[in-house]
Design a binder for this molecule. Structure first.
Ligand code: CTP
Length: 411
């Protein structure tokens, strides 16, 4: 149980999830402010849809401030459709939770009506649905409502609550909406826990560029594909991912927080900030080992037959982080062209890493496939691939999850 009253398992499974909160008219709507706060604090991305009746009980402005997104109110809103149209919104969530779900709303849902935005979304979406009913106890006990509930349950909706107790109208009995933490737990319970549930991973990827003058730079052939494959697969496994990327031609993977950097120094600064609250740091980037000491402010003209550049060592990003007192699990890569395993093991020890993937640099850059040797501890080793980088990324993440568990006190 954490400060918010959520279980640790709920917190872990809610991270990175897309939750659409549908609010209908009822006095319990005020509890949705707290529900939204709990879900977002657990790392979920929450979008709110309110019926007209719901806006009589709590303002859209409150829900917008808490969710961090514009609240969706109308089916036929030209501006909203230009942003995220209702069909796009129906495809967006991993889960829809309707809270409070009024008696009228349940009846309209049973009838398959689509007269407003929320009912339309529910018809158009394939996401699992949690309904948190809230109404007067007599309305709840009425056979019409109970009939509707049975039908909705048969169609696969999950019914959370209601609780029993004193009601706003003065009655006592069943019909009170569940408390926000219980609704959040009910939502979390519908997600299958992944291998990296609840972990924050920081991944560096791609090359860095070190300027010579305003139009030229030193860099390397790194495509970023391995780092991006790891980021994609880590999100699938339930992790929250920060990707610190040098210049590459790849789209940012879904749900990944990407920080674009250019130089090794910028990559180090971003890595130090992100690693501070990360469980795992994976250095996949091909960091330029040297930078030009006296970068020219103007384009260098070709007046002489030879040109000398003074290069100075760049900071070692993974080495700097591994030397910190409070540090995440450190995972490195070693791109070698000879004696791959021997040089890899030396790098593992020299940089004080927990796990290292050594691979043949000449065969890896810009390729869709990879073959790597995982090295850890004194003697631990395992060959991964050759296979597609996404497939090998999954094997790498399995080994990383094992190292995380091995490092935990009760492991
Ligand atoms: N690395 C880093 N900062 C650097 C250089 C490398 O964080 N300035 C990280 C890479 O992201 C990788 C690991 O260190 O995880 C090994 O990178 P590699 O280029 O193979 O090793 P180098 O330290 O550059 O050693 P060398 O070039 O001598 O092989």
């Amino acid at each position: 149980m954490n400060d918010d009253g959520l279980t640790a398992a709920s917190l872990a499974t809610l991270a990175n999830k897309r939750i659409l909160l549908g609010m209908t008219g009822g006095i319990a709507a005020y509890k949705c402010a707290e529900l939204t706060r709990l879900l977002t604090r657990a790392g979920a991305d929450v979008r709110v849809v309110m019926t007209t009746a719901a806006t009589e009980f709590i303002t859209p402005l409150t829900m917008q401030a808490l969710s961090g997104h514009r609240v969706h109110l109308d089916l036929l809103d030209v501006d909203a459709e230009a942003g995220m149209g209702h069909i796009e919104l129906a495809r967006w969530p991993d889960l829809i939770v309707v809270a409070p779900a009024s008696a009228d709303f349940l009846a309209r849902m049973v009838g398959g009506q689509a007269g407003d935005l929320l009912t339309t979304l529910l018809l158009a979406s394939r996401a699992p649905v949690v309904l948190a009913p809230a109404m007067n106890q007599a309305m709840w006990l009425n056979p019409a409502t109970q009939d509707n509930l049975l039908k909705l349950r048969d169609r696969g909706c999950h019914i959370a609550g209601p609780a029993s107790g004193s009601q706003a109208c003065g009655d006592t009995g069943p019909g009170r909406m569940l408390e926000p933490a219980d609704i959040a737990d009910a939502c979390a319970g519908l997600f299958v826990p992944g291998l990296l549930n609840g972990l924050h991973l920081t991944i560096t990827a791609g090359p860095t560029r070190e300027a010579i003058d305003p139009v030229r730079f030193i860099s390397n052939h790194s495509s970023g594909k391995m780092g991006y494959a790891l980021a994609t697969e880590a999100v699938q496994a339930g992790a929250r991912v920060t990707l610190i990327s040098g210049p590459v031609n790849l789209p940012v993977p879904d749900r990944v927080h990407c920080i674009a950097v250019t130089t090794a120094q910028e990559m180090l600064d971003a890595s130090l900030l992100s690693a501070d609250n990360s469980d795992v740091f994976i250095g996949v980037a091909a960091v330029a080992d040297y930078r030009v000491s006296d970068t020219s402010d103007h384009k260098i003209k070709k007046t002489a037959d030879t040109l000398q550049l003074n290069l100075v060592r760049n900071p070692d990003i993974i080495g700097t982080l591994a030397a910190l007192e409070k540090r995440p699990l450190m995972v490195g890569f070693a791109a070698e062209t000879q004696h791959i395993e021997q040089f890899g093991r030396e790098k593992l020890q020299r940089k004080n890493l927990d796990l290292l993937f050594a691979n043949d640099a000449t065969a890896t850059f810009n390729s869709d496939d990879i073959c790597a040797t995982a090295l850890w501890g004194e003697h631990g080793s395992q060959t991964l691939g050759p296979a597609n980088k996404n497939l090998v990324a999954r094997q790498m993440l399995t080994l990383i999850a094992e190292r995380v568990s091995a490092g935990q006190p009760d492991a």
